[in-house]
Design a protein around this ligand. Structure first.
Ligand code: NAP
Length: 400
């Protein structure tokens, strides 16, 4: 019987054998990717005596055409009620007050962790020599930083008022050029600690050896630098039995998880030159944005990069493709469904359906290992068998 996923007071999810899971098909190539991914999910679940009662909700163009709203209240309410959902890519409306539907959904549901695992699957074309060394999980803060949307446009009355106010601080505050646009970057102790707490919990649960706090604290001391400081404070306050900060152990954590930190710019070099130094990464919103795309490129690009947006306190989670709608390919049954399929893997892991997740990963590895791939990989591989989106899913299902 189809039932809701619920959360217990201790924060664990209770997942029935046939959970109701809302999904957004997605715009553009969503019409190709979603049915393919869903077929893989259903086949993998049924292998383990489980099923998913999919419940479609609307967002993006499909929602706008049907209801006149890009993100209907009903969609948000449904995600709120059923806790866990999954989505394809959405068109970002141009004008109309919504910056991005994805950002709106994250903020309304307070999905404070953007979780991006980055690992390489054998056979996937990569621009680096040792993609097999890349196995990182990024915890990107999802609600603060410049993504809070606190910006005023140059020349507007708001910008003028802001400049007047800042001038009252004196010194360099009074020297901001009058023809400036101004953005505010809030980073809070609450926001930083809950993000880093989730990253350390994850490292504990998955037996990961280290958590690296990535920040730009050498320049932005009271935002990025504070993020790092609060991270180390948190280790001492809440995780002293299982984790230790670098300075508190001289880099020698014994059998505990090592929490260390790294400046953002050097991190972008080192994830290339010595990827095996990195494991779980906890970082602020903008750093996380750059880092996750740079890392995705090392292991096959955005056609195969999944993501999850999670609030570990309320239990809400929305898993998603990290690429956009690729409108030029929409309806052609051409693009790679890997990103949504791996988002589903993350979702099943989050639900505790590890066996279902593992089977999907194995089927993906086997399919790619046999060089059965969509156009994006085929153009980079010798001897590839190029297949359509739906054929790739069918090949995976055959190999489940
Ligand atoms: P995009 O849709 O991500 O597409 C850029 C390029 O990425 C494509 O031309 C294609 O590369 C490659 N690509 C994307 N999806 C792929 C897939 N499934 N398989 C293989 N390759 C794939 O970015 P965009 O064209 O800048 O944005 C289009 C729309 O999507 C915009 O409205 C944007 O705001 C929105 N968007 C949504 C999300 C989201 O919902 N999460 C994220 C980003 C952007 P080639 O041309 O090299 O084949």
């Amino acid at each position: 019987m189809a039932e809701k996923i619920t959360m217990q007071p201790d924060g664990t999810l209770t997942v029935p054998d046939e959970p109701i899971i809302p999904f957004i098909e997605g715009d553009g190539t969503g019409v190709d990717i979603w049915p393919a991914s869903r077929a893989v999910f259903d086949a993998a679940a049924s292998k383990h005596g489980k099923a998913i009662a999919w419940k479609e909700v609307l967002a993006g163009e499909k929602a706008f055409n049907a209801t006149g709203s890009w993100l209907p209240d009903e969609t948000v309410d449904t995600f709120r009620e059923y806790l866990i959902g999954i989505k394809g890519p959405l068109t970002t409306p141009v004008g109309g007050g919504i910056r991005s539907l994805n950002v709106a959904l994250r903020q309304i549901l307070d999905l404070y962790v953007c979780l991006r695992p980055v690992r390489w699957f054998p056979g996937v074309p990569s621009p680096v020599k040792h993609p097999e060394l890349v196995d990182m999980v990024i915890f990107r803060e999802n609600t603060e930083d410049i993504y809070a949307g606190l910006e005023v446009e140059e020349g507007t009355p708001e910008a003028k008022r802001m400049l007047e106010l800042l001038a009252e601080f004196g010194g360099k505050w009074a020297e901001i050029r009058p023809d400036s646009g101004i953005g505010i970057k809030p980073i809070s102790e609450t926001g930083s600690k809950r993000l880093i707490r989730a990253a350390i919990h994850y490292a504990v649960q998955r037996g990961r050896p280290s958590v690296t706090l990535v920040h730009k604290g050498n320049i932005q001391k009271f935002t990025e630098g504070a993020f790092m400081k609060w991270g180390y404070d948190l280790v001492r306050e809440e995780f002293a039995d299982v984790a230790v900060g670098w300075d508190d152990c001289g880099g020698k954590p014994g059998d505990k998880i090592l929490v260390k930190d790294n400046i953002a710019d050097i991190t972008l070099q080192q994830v290339l030159t010595r990827p095996d130094d990195f494991d779980v990464i906890a970082t602020t919103n903008l750093n996380g944005d750059y880092l996750s795309d740079a890392l995705a490129a090392q292991v096959g690009g955005i056609g195969i990069a999944p993501g999850g947006n999670i609030n570990y306190v309320t239990g809400h989670g929305v898993f998603e493709a990290t690429h956009g709608t690729a409108p030029k390919y929409a309806g052609q049954d051409k693009v790679n469904p890997g990103s949504v399929i791996l988002s589903g893997v993350m979702m099943f892991e989050h639900l505790g359906w590890q066996d279902v997740a593992d089977d999907i990963v194995r089927a993906l590895e086997t399919t790619i290992g046999e060089k059965i791939v969509t156009y994006d990989f085929a153009r980079l591989m010798d001897g590839a068998i190029e297949v359509k989106t739906s054929e790739f899913a069918a090949a995976m299902i055959d190999r489940l």
